[in-house]
Ligand binder design. Sequence first.
Ligand SMILES: Nc1nc2c(ncn2[C@@H]2O[C@H](COP(=O)(O)OP(=O)(O)OP(=O)(O)O)[C@@H](O)[C@H]2O)c(=O)[nH]1
Ligand SMILES: [Mg+2]
Length: 252
Amino acid sequence: MKFNDFDAKMRLYETAADQFVPPDLYMIARLDGRGFTKLSKEILDLEKPFSMEFRDAMISTMKHLMNSGFTIEYGYTQSDEISLLFHPNDQSFNRKYRKLLSVLAGEASAAFTHALQHIGVFDCRLCILPTLDLVTDYFLWRAEDAHRNSLNAYCYWKLREQGKSVAEATNRLQKLSVAEKNELLFQMNINYNTLPAWQKRGMGFYWQTVYKKGLNPVTNEETTVERRELLYELELPFPGYKEWLLHMLNKL
Ligand SMILES: Nc1nc2c(ncn2[C@@H]2O[C@H](COP(=O)(O)OP(=O)(O)OP(=O)(O)O)[C@@H](O)[C@H]2O)c(=O)[nH]1
Ligand SMILES: [Mg+2]
């Protein structure tokens, strides 16, 4: 068999699972740390429930991902998860699922490992959404999830500190309402409302256009250069996050 025929025959097997994201749809990639419960508790013994070392490694990972060659308009992270909203016109890898998933998981894993100096692996999935309204709902959903998890985590670790076993702490929490969990923390001198916003709602990463003055070396004339600067928000606005997101994403 000639090589060209052989190549065409074998390519069919390689590309049979190729799927792509249709044009004009919003893509959000969600990455999640693999086995980070074990990593944070048993291997690294990170501060509970929130560690600055872990937070800073996630910030480094986010900065890397936002600058990794895709057009990512908004990034969000809470706990060990990351969400990346692509510009709807982003054509990276012809919008092929498997390329996007594998490259993003690889970029995140490498950046996190480099930042923390310990192997950390991320999985990746894609959420495809038809409207900007659903995109904002997606981010409200992840922030609500962050809120619930962080309230639970604070209660859980406080109960453990008091000598409760894993089962006792878990059982106790299952029976409590949100108000009761707040009250439980209050009894232990923690006002949940005044804890850092990034612990309760996660962190947002976005671009801002800035204009920098410079000098044209040839003509010696003053020039203005437009640049996109990456910013991140440790205190996402609650209430008002939906409006904040819509304002930031209105150009899409
Ligand atoms: N100590 C500590 N743990 C953290 C911190 N941030 C995230 N984690 C832990 O990371 C874990 C994330 O949860 P999951 O993603 O559901 O669990 P996982 O073990 O990563 O499991 P898979 O994602 O299914 O592989 C939780 O156990 C969190 O407590 C932190 O700042 N400090
Ligand atoms: Mg995880």
